[in-house]
Design a binder for this molecule. Structure first.
Ligand SMILES: [Zn+2]
Length: 256
């Protein structure tokens, strides 16, 4: 990351979107440039890029290289997360190490329903342990039974207190109620706001868990940055809370 970037000097006026994708699926696609256009139109200074579609499921190397190329081309705008499928065993570990050490990526994205495992089953433990060794945050999609319920991810975070986890979508549309009851038990899980279906879930999380653990994310191009931003803005948080959610917590977590 370029420490002298204009973004760093002007960070208080910017927004960091902690969950975006580039690549293709049968339903949506997005290039780095298309995402940058949307970011620029909304004052989003930086975004975390993850692979999508087959690049999450099976073509992990291709996806991680796509992300690497984008962050090398636009180092002041993008942070890259790698995706590896735990079912690939030692190959997944090797690919994760390569992504972080050689490709310049700085986090791990897991998607249990797409990758075919339950979030707290042992198939994923070696990948989590490698991510902890590499000192990178671990983003896990949540909200899809039976693969990725918030309580399964809570169990993983209790098993690995030294890991830093990001609960994608805060349980999604149907499992938000598990969050305020349970995630105040742990301090190593951040909550990412994309695809939560009602803004009040975000204010509930701030009240019960605290503003220091929330990260704004859009899941672009599945959702739109503008819609996801509006969901936060309508809550009329005081400026300190809003700044933490929109950029401050991400700034700290990603050591920008
Ligand atoms: Zn996503």
């Amino acid at each position: 990351m370029n420490k002298n970037s204009a973004i760093r000097k002007d960070i208080g006026k910017n927004i960091i979107d902690t969950h975006c994708h580039i690549g293709n699926t049968p339903y949506v696609s997005q290039t780095a440039e298309e995402l940058l256009d949307e970011m620029d139109s909304l004052g989003v200074s930086m975004a975390v890029l993850c692979p999508m579609g087959a690049n999450i499921v099976c073509k992990n190397q291709e996806g991680n290289e796509l992300i690497s190329n984008a962050i090398k081309k636009y180092p002041e705008r993008f942070i890259g997360f790698a995706s590896v499928n735990p079912w690939f065993g030692k190959e997944a570990i090797y690919e994760l190490k390569r992504s972080i050490n050689d490709l310049g990526l700085s986090g791990l994205k897991l998607h249990p329903p797409m990758q075919g495992f339950q979030a707290n089953e042992r198939i994923v433990f070696p990948v989590i342990e490698e991510a902890i060794q590499l000192k990178i945050p671990i983003y896990i999609h949540s909200g899809t039974p039976v693969f990725s319920l918030p309580l399964q991810i809570l169990e993983l975070s209790l098993r690995y207190p030294e890991g830093i986890f990001i609960l994608g979508h805060m349980g999604g549309a149907d499992f938000f109620l598990d969050i305020p009851l349970s995630f105040n038990r742990v301090s190593n899980v951040y909550l990412e706001t994309s695809l939560t279906c009602h803004p009040v879930f975000v204010s509930e999380a701030v009240n019960k868990i605290g503003a220091d653990r929330l990260l704004f994310g859009s899941d672009s191009p599945t959702s739109q940055i503008k819609a996801e931003l509006e969901k936060i803005k309508v809550l009329n948080f005081e400026e300190e809370v809003l700044n933490k959610i929109l950029w401050g917590n991400a700034y700290r977590l990603f050591k920008i």
